[in-house]
Design a protein. Structure first.
Lengths: 202, 202
DNA sequence: GAAAAATTTTGAACAACGTTCAAAAAATGG
DNA sequence: CCATTTTTTGAACGTTGTTCAAAATTTTTC
């Protein structure tokens, strides 16, 4: 029966993802080794390549799980009856908190570069889109007379800005700063952007 | 005489940096190979390790040169008698233009991760600081009653934001967009931040 | 249920890296 | 010109990701 076979394959796949996730969370993406994860799950080295195309494919699946966790974390903090600026601030805070809490997994989302001849599959690229979507909503409220496409681009810009601020805060040289200061700085930044958007809107 | 020896060492060093720079510019950081650069300059494989600690050390020197070029490019476009917002916009534009023009060298600045047990030397970390310094000046004019340290942090935040916007614009999926649109979007973003800063200042 | 056929799993072997270091080559100095 | 020191060399090593013929297992057939 092909039934049992498929199930076992799927089970191995999940266990490999879980093992890789733990390895990345503990030691960082750059220390992920095919030999380690296969030993962790108790299969042969070659077993990995019966379920994934290569290591990058496995990493993509780990990143996919991380994105789902991030999505769950961000949509949880969404409160619909707050002002747009407050909602944007909450999203930025949530993003910062997630990055701090799951440092290595979060870093893996952006440190991972698939080889030139094997770019990320379409389904994974689309997983990044929910981030833009989440931002687009409060943005629409903030600048209602903006075209749909312009707002999509602006959401991407805003995400890039927040991600950049969080990145440089966590990876830079000022990492001695307490998390509260980072949050305060990020809050200020978001409120500044929101104020500017509102001002230029009028 | 130790004179000639030192000169030859220095010459080899420079030639290796130049070769590595060309390789990175052409094929990207991830395709840089010790065997390639040593062949390019016509020395033995081991010769590289008589002048640099390892490949990462060589990359750091390439990045150092890239930062100098970026600095030259940005300070050139600085015009002191413009408004703070205009100056910030010019800096952001210059940054975007540099990233577009020297795509792979610019990417190498941030893609390169030295191994955990061998972080970047202090002198190289300080080279990144001029970027913050350049930003801090117009920022001081924009928000004069801000403390020195707060402004330093804000400059870092602002750089992170601009870098994030440029990154996501160039590496994301919307790369079909013409450069003019990216520039327009970045302009808008900067002016929004500047407007917000001015508004919250008052 | 045993033998044959198909499938799955294995891990030794391979190629491509960065890095090392004993030996060769070159430079120095007396 | 030879001895000594210094510099350069590239074969060899350790560690990667990846492959694939063979072993182990499962399924099918009679």
């Amino acid at each position: 029966m092909a039934r049992k076979t498929l199930e076992k394959r799927e089970d191995l796949k999940l266990r490999l993802i879980e093992a890789a996730r733990n390895r990345i969370a503990a030691d960082g993406l750059s220390n992920l080794r095919a030999r380690d994860v296969t030993q962790d799950v108790g299969c042969a080295l070659g077993g990995l390549y019966t379920v994934f195309a290569d290591l990058d494919d496995l990493v993509i699946h780990v990143n996919s799980a991380t994105l789902k966790a991030l999505e769950a974390s961000l949509t949880l903090t969404e409160v619909r009856d707050h002002s747009p600026a407050d909602r944007l601030r909450n999203l930025a805070r949530g993003y910062l908190r997630f990055a701090v809490t799951h440092r290595n997994l979060w870093k893996a989302l952006f440190d991972h570069r698939p080889p030139d001849d094997r770019p990320s599959p379409e389904w994974h690229l689309e997983e990044h889109m929910f981030l833009m979507g989440i931002i687009a909503e409060p943005l629409a409220e903030l600048q209602p007379n903006m075209s749909e496409t312009a707002r999509a681009i602006r959401a991407r810009t805003l995400f890039g800005a927040v991600h950049g601020v969080v990145s440089i805060s966590l990876e830079g040289r000022f990492v001695g700063l307490p998390i509260e200061s980072l949050e305060q700085e990020l809050d200020d930044f978001i409120l500044t952007v929101a104020a500017g958007a509102a001002a230029r809107q009028a």
